[in-house]
Design a protein around this ligand. Structure first.
Ligand code: TXA
Ligand code: MG
Length: 337
């Protein structure tokens, strides 16, 4: 299939493809999404096929207003109303009991559906112009870091999708927070993201945090959590502040014959980077918002370089730092020295 590039001024081309049941990627404020009409079963199947996404990992749907969310949720508890008013449009996905004509494949057979209103003019325009809720996972091949630019999408999905809407680099850089309110008695964050736990608790009070499996036989609440994620071609290792430290770690991998990539703050790169290392700066150590915006771009950067291993810097877990560490730990498959 030929994948066409679509400029913001030609958005009607994207609208038309979506209405014909094709798959088109578009920017949101978090990462690029791989969109299809959520009410069209055949169109949604094309998303799974293009990404190589396991069939039991449900998609979220994107709406352009709070009212539109009411068409697809059986029940909107008070807490969900408050979250929508506080954070929509924005990077918070709410899981609710589903209703209405959403394709079965979107929710992978679950009785719930994840809904969010993205804060990006292109995404909102497409939802309005098609008049449809758009199912859209991150527009990467399954297992790869999520795309924060149209070029990332192109590298993963060229020839597998109908179109790519260009919209520059995304702002937040990490995906939305997934908040399960399908049981209003126990609000639970299933994936940390663009809206922090503190911001959510300030609106609806204490929430649980359940982003992993407690034991092997458990069915995960967000099915996506059990799969490999965010992995570039090279292995990623987190350099803990309590571990052997940057200098020793770099030497150790170089002695093993590796070319070391450093994914870190500018301070760390300045102190430990050498002619033999390849580095990508995440910005100042004090700025976890910028580090989050750059993380996925950085992970993908090393694929174009000589680096054979990526040593990465942890950031403070406060605010969006919780999401930053969640993605980095998954990219590293929890490998820390
Ligand atoms: O920022 C984002 O959320 C981006 C942009 C494109 O909107 N989208 C995104 O979608 O990250 P995706 O499919 O890559 O991640 C959605 C996550 C997955 O972990 C999935 O398992 C979970 O949400 N999820 C979706 N529907 C669910 C449901 N009904 N119950 C529990 N978890 C659900
Ligand atoms: Mg994803």
């Amino acid at each position: 299939m030929e994948t066409i590039w679509i400029k913001e001024e030609e958005l009607e081309k994207a609208t038309q493809l979506l209405l014909e049941g094709e798959v088109v990627t578009f920017p949101t404020e978090t990462v690029y999404g791989l969109g299809a009409d959520a009410t069209n079963e055949e169109a949604v199947k094309k998303i799974y096929k293009a990404k190589g996404r396991p069939a039991d990992n449900p998609l979220i749907i994107h709406v352009s207003s709070i009212e539109q969310a009411y068409e697809y949720a059986e029940e909107i508890p008070k807490a969900a109303q408050k979250i929508m008013e506080a954070f929509w449009p924005g990077p918070c996905t709410i899981v609710l009991k589903k209703k209405g004509p959403i394709a079965q494949t979107v929710t992978a057979g679950l009785g719930t559906v994840g809904i969010r209103m993205p804060n990006h003019p292109i995404a909102l325009q497409l939802i309005k112009d098609t008049g449809k809720p758009l199912a859209a996972p991150s527009a990467n091949s399954s297992g790869k870091p999520s795309p924060t630019s149209a070029q990332h999408v192109y590298r993963d999905l060229n020839g597998k999708i109908a179109g790519i809407v260009e919209g520059g680099e995304t702002g937040v850089g990490l995906e939305s927070t997934v908040l399960d309110l399908s049981n209003p008695k126990s609000p639970t964050i299933l994936r940390p993201g663009g809206i922090s736990r503190n911001e959510i608790e300030a609106i609806i009070g204490p929430v649980k945090f359940n982003t992993g499996l407690t034991n092997q036989s458990d069915t995960p609440v967000a099915p996506g959590m059990k799969y490999t994620h965010y992995s570039p071609t090279e292995p990623v290792i987190i350099i803990s502040e309590k571990g052997i430290g940057w200098e020793k770690a770099i030497k150790k991998y170089q002695l093993d014959g590796e070319v070391v990539g450093i994914l870190a703050s500018q301070e760390t790169i300045k102190q430990f980077g050498t002619k033999e290392t390849v580095s990508f700066s995440l910005g100042e150590k004090s700025d976890v918002v910028l580090a989050s915006k750059r993380l996925f771009k950085g992970l993908r950067f090393f694929e174009e370089t000589e680096a054979t291993v990526i040593l990465a810097e942890p950031f403070n877990k406060s605010g969006i730092g919780e999401a930053y560490m969640n993605r980095l730990e998954k990219a590293a498959a929890y490998s820390v020295i």
